[in-house]
Ligand binder design. Structure first.
Ligand code: IPE
Ligand code: IPE
Ligand code: MG
Length: 252
């Protein structure tokens, strides 16, 4: 595949990815689905390292959804095993990447929870990029949790109903430590968001490709970024307004 040119001055600050297609990739090769998940880990490594090279600040990877708990027990066990074995501090240190996790962590097996905590602690000082893994995550779960917490504060009298703002809602989501995604990529050919970051992608640019996650390579990432760079983000304004805003010199 030919590599497309990307503008290094306009790289998305936050890229979110729905890494889909591992199972089909493996099935097409006559292998177990878990073989596809294993291959997907290699893709995570390559794409993480390429994102740091490009200067992306946040990479949020949909790894296991709340709904994925309904998969056959052996596939769930294989995925949990992969989380345990694939979190290698060395790789995070080499790339200066901070690791974070979002999701309903309480549902994960104890050894997985411990490993996640250890990796977060060991990489907390890294600063090139934050890699966020969404594990046992779904947006509706997250929003429901936020509603519960906010309601509790209202009941206690520490938050006034009429003062609740969009910022307050965002502050109660698990993603409160990062900006919203600029670009959302979904691999594997499906045209849906499967309960991922519903609040946060309100104004993200969406990019869908047919490539199965294990085959997604640096050139595919560049293509997605080039597509993003070819779009005008208007946030409700007109084309003319956005162009004028961009041409207005910044005054101090
Ligand atoms: C994505 O690949 C990884 C997870 C959801 C854990 P899939 O396992 O959904 O792969 P397909 O969609 O069945 O090919
Ligand atoms: C979405 O993929 C979840 C992850 C990539 C972790 P799925 O394969 O579970 O999504 P659906 O069920 O096809 O929408
Ligand atoms: Mg899938």
């Amino acid at each position: 595949m030919n590599n497309v040119e990307i503008d290094m001055n306009n790289v998305p600050q936050h890229i979110a990815i729905i890494m889909d297609g591992n199972g089909r990739w493996a099935t097409e090769r006559g292998k177990e689905r878990s073989f596809g998940h294993q291959a997907g880990v290699d893709t995570v490594r390559r794409i993480t390292s390429e994102c740091t090279r490009l200067g992306v600040k946040y990479l949020t990877l949909y790894t296991f959804s709340t709904e994925n708990w309904n998969r056959p027990a052996d596939e769930v066990a294989a995925l949990m095993g992969l989380v345990l074995t694939s979190l290698e501090d060395e790789i995070f240190m080499k790339n200066n990447v901070r690791f974070r996790v979002i999701g309903d962590i309480g549902r994960l097996p104890a050894p997985v929870r411990e490993k996640l905590q250890q990796t977060m602690d060991n990489t907390a000082g890294n600063s090139a990029m934050t890699m966020v893994v969404a594990l046992s995550y779904s947006s509706r779960w997250e929003i429901t949790e936020a509603v519960r917490t906010i309601s509790r504060k209202v009941a206690e009298g520490t938050l006034q109903v009429d003062s609740i703002s969009e910022e307050d809602v965002a502050r109660h989501l698990t993603t409160n430590f990062m900006p919203d995604p600029d670009l959302l990529i979904r691999t594997g050919g499906e045209l849906r968001v499967s309960n991922y970051l519903l609040w946060q992608i309100a104004y993200s640019e969406l990019y869908f490709c047919d490539t199965y996650w294990p085959d997604f390579c640096e050139a595919d990432l560049h293509k997605a970024i080039a597509s993003y760079q070819g779009r005008q983000r208007r946030f409700g304004k007109t084309e003319e307004q956005v162009e004028n805003d961009n041409n207005t010199p910044v005054t101090k």
